[in-house]
Write a protein that binds this ligand. Structure first.
Ligand code: 3HC
Length: 319
């Protein structure tokens, strides 16, 4: 083994020891290239999910049932955009540019969460998204607050504070409708029927089929497995559905006294794979909306850059 291999081995051992000791890895620290690549993959896809996630809810901004609901939804959508910006900034610390990440998203190379490729058919969907999708995101993101990479963990701590408002406002919409007229109740039940299983898919494939989990757990990027987080979400959400007197669309859902967890049915992994591959109900529409928004916003970026350059050159002349 030549000295560079030996050196690399030493560096990797020291890195793993640091992670093992629960020490945060910061941008300037040495890190294995694969660690860097895994973080760029996961963090940029997380950022894409936040930004694309604004679209399904944006669809109901102009049709919110009251000014109060409209302002709450507006605040939530703005939060999601901010989460995307935190996460793009945190990902840039790993050496990838914003433009590169956008190119990966707009060309269809990068993934974003499958959940955002489902249509929002009526106002109850806005409740189901807040309650279930943001509830699942919180379950996943609380674990990420302990991620070994400093900028990601810190972004998560900040994002989780806002997510709890998102989940509560969604649950309140569902409560209002579940306790409203018969028609509103049916809308709430129909939304739960359509969003339940796609929400469980947000946690990723079963651990046995997760290509990245083992290594991500070793590097403490992932602190709990896909299946463990999914189980945690189901255990927390079933009682909430019971309180609303809504039925979760899973005949196999049953409390298991021995396991102290809910047993639940099998996810339709063919549907999951099809949506991740781009064949969901709204994949094309979502990507087209993102590309059009990005292209349509070019003049704003150019103007901001021109202004910044002008300011810079004035400062340089004055110095
Ligand atoms: N949608 C799309 N792709 C998915 C997916 C999903 N629901 N679940 C898994 N995948 C992809 C993975 O990205 C991976 O593909 P890749 O290697 O090409 O990136 C492949 O399926 C295999 O999955 P793994 O479990 O091996 O991949 P990971 O270890 O990356 O785990 C994950 C998947 C649990 C989603 C993990 O990436 C993660 O925790 N990401 C951060 C959280 C996140 O992105 N959440 C998305 C929602 S954000 C949100 O909801 C915002 C809220 O405010 C509404």
């Amino acid at each position: 083994m030549d000295s560079s291999d030996w050196e690399l081995e030493e560096l990797e051992a020291a890195f793993q020891e640091k992670v093992g000791a629960e020490k945060r890895i910061e941008p300037k620290d040495w890190m294995p290239d694969k660690y860097r690549q895994t973080l760029i993959r996961q963090m940029s896809q997380h950022a894409h999910s936040e930004v694309v996630g604004m679209l399904p809810e944006g669809n109901w901004l102009t049709r919110a049932p009251s000014l109060k609901r409209k302002t709450i939804l507006m605040a939530k959508i703005q939060d999601e955009g901010g989460h995307g910006l935190y996460l793009y900034s945190a990902t840039e610390t790993l050496g990838i540019s914003r433009d590169e990440m956008f190119e990966q998203l707009h060309s269809g190379k990068a993934k974003y969460s499958s959940i955002f490729n489902y249509p929002t058919l009526n106002w109850a969907d806005i409740g189901a998204i807040g309650w279930l999708v943001d509830g699942a995101a919180i379950t996943n993101q609380i674990a990420l607050c302990r991620c070994s990479y400093g900028p990601y963990a810190r972004a998560m701590i900040r994002i989780c504070k806002e997510e709890s408002f998102h989940q509560r406002q969604g649950y309140e919409i569902m409560m209002t409708m579940a306790q409203g007229t018969e028609e509103q109740r049916e809308m709430a039940q129909d939304a739960l029927n359509r969003w339940w299983w796609p929400t469980l898919m947000m946690f990723g494939p079963n651990d046995a089929n997760s290509a990245n989990s083992a290594q991500s757990m070793k590097w403490k990027i992932k602190r709990q497995s896909n299946d463990d987080l999914r189980q945690k979400f189901v255990d927390a959400t079933v009682p909430q559905a019971e309180f609303l007197n809504l039925r979760i669309p899973d005949d196999k859902l049953k409390w298991n006294e021995e396991r102290k967890h809910y047993d639940f049915g099998e996810i339709d992994w063919e549907e999951f794979k099809a949506v991740v591959k781009g064949n969901g109900l709204c994949n094309r529409e979502r990507l087209q909306a993102r590309v059009e928004a990005h292209d349509g916003g070019k003049w704003v970026r150019d103007a901001a850059l021109a202004y910044a350059r002008k300011k810079e050159s004035r400062k340089a002349k004055a110095a």
